[in-house]
Design a protein around this ligand. Structure first.
Ligand SMILES: [Zn+2]
Length: 139
């Protein structure tokens, strides 16, 4: 029972991209920069935790039994993989900032509409607007 949506002009491709005001671009830049700072702080924090775990391991490993050592190694590995994923997200944000400068960032790949600033701040790697994302997921 396919009911044609008559609110939409069928088969028409999005024409030229809508424009985004300079103020909006600035808002996105600020959101991305804030995000990057936040992630950097998180990254530094994780790195210092790794250093601490490392130090623990070197200093009081004498009294540890094998299980303790195993736990610490596991914790350290967890921290390292966390650090790596934070680093990855920082890279994503930095790429987003570069693309923003080139004017190729923040547009929905599907409908060509601008992706809301809030969404970009939360998901810097978002390439679809919320509506298109939901349509995509329903498929
Ligand atoms: Zn869209």
């Amino acid at each position: 029972m396919a009911k044609q949506a008559d609110t939409r002009t069928a088969g028409r491709k999005p024409v030229a991209k809508a424009t985004r005001s300079a103020a909006e671009t600035e808002k996105i830049r600020a959101a991305l920069a804030a995000r990057r700072d936040e992630l950097s702080a998180e990254y530094d924090q994780t790195l210092s935790e790794i250093t601490e775990l490392q130090r623990d391991r070197l200093t009081d490993s004498a009294g540890d039994d094998q299980a303790d050592t195993g736990t610490k190694t596991f914790e350290r590995e967890q921290e390292i993989s966390l650090a790596n994923s934070i680093k990855e997200r920082i890279t994503q944000v930095e790429r987003a900032l570069e693309r923003l400068d080139e004017g190729g960032y923040g547009w929905c790949e599907r409908c060509g509409n601008p992706i809301p600033v809030e969404r970009l701040a939360a998901f810097p790697s978002a390439t679809l607007c919320v509506t298109c994302k939901q349509l995509e997921e329903r498929r």
